[in-house]
Design a protein around this ligand. Structure first.
Ligand code: FES
Length: 246
């Protein structure tokens, strides 16, 4: 994990609410993988103190694209301090042909780089949007992704979708994360007798003041104790967080 300066090369407004930034990285930051993120600061002062999590929606060598709200202002040529890559990559299961992504009360942006990687490997991708995720402007998504809209925490033909999925990756921000992931795991278990390690994954998004494993602010409870999201996550196996509670 390094702190380096990157350059915002292009700013594109892609919907009334979202903009995408194309960013040229320092050499030491190239090769960020799906599941990892940067912690960004666009001002020289320490205000705000907490860096913002910037998860690429796409990456190509030294260039990444991130998605931000239109409420922020960015300019081409602007410098940004990035700490990263933070966390461990999400491994697509070998022999997976189908991938189910679920966004609950969150933008699905943190799942998009994984979606793009899966599509490039000819893996079929479906995405369930629940709660606030339904306001995401889906016309900015690749057309190959099948979009499923749900009610509350469920969706139509839920059993069939879960049977279809060779792997499931979900995102739910705090405070929804633990409860949503545990309920999801229980639903998955009703449909699939065996849930192997790496099959069902949840992304955690605790505040990350350092991203280096130094401050201890990003612990996530697991079956065998607590793990730092910035070192061991932010994606964790749902069966490992089972029973851990909050
Ligand atoms: S962000 Fe400081 S230990 Fe994880």
């Amino acid at each position: 994990v390094y702190e380096r300066t990157a350059i915002i090369e292009r700013v594109r407004r892609v919907s009334p609410t979202l903009q995408r930034l194309d960013i040229a990285l320092d050499t030491l930051h190239k090769g960020i993988r799906p599941g990892q993120l940067f912690l960004a600061r666009t001002t020289e002062s320490l205000d705000p103190y907490l860096r913002e999590p910037w998860t690429p929606i796409q990456a190509d060598g030294r260039n990444i694209t991130v998605e931000r709200s239109n409420l922020n202002t960015y300019m081409p040529g602007q410098l940004v301090s990035l700490v990263g890559p933070v966390g461990k990559p999400i491994a697509l299961r070998e022999a997976s042909r189908t991938l189910l992504l679920i966004a609950h009360e969150s933008t699905p942006a943190s799942l998009l780089y994984l979606a793009m990687t899966a599509l490039s490997k000819n893996i079929a991708v479906a995405m369930v949007l629940l709660g606030a995720a339904q306001s995401y402007p889906i016309d900015v998504l690749p057309q190959e992704i099948e979009i499923i809209r749900g009610e509350g925490t469920t969706w139509g033909h839920q059993d069939k979708t879960l049977e279809w999925a060779d792997q499931i990756v979900a995102v739910a921000p705090p405070p929804f994360d633990h409860d949503f992931y545990l309920a999801l795991l229980m639903t998955i278990r009703k449909v699939r007798i065996e849930v192997v390690t790496g099959y069902a994954i949840g992304l955690f998004q605790p505040p990350m003041p350092c991203g280096l494993g130094a401050c201890g602010a990003c612990y996530i409870k697991q079956k065998g104790g607590e793990l730092l999201a910035c070192l061991e996550g932010p994606a964790f196996d749902l069966s490992a967080i089972e029973m851990a509670g909050k």
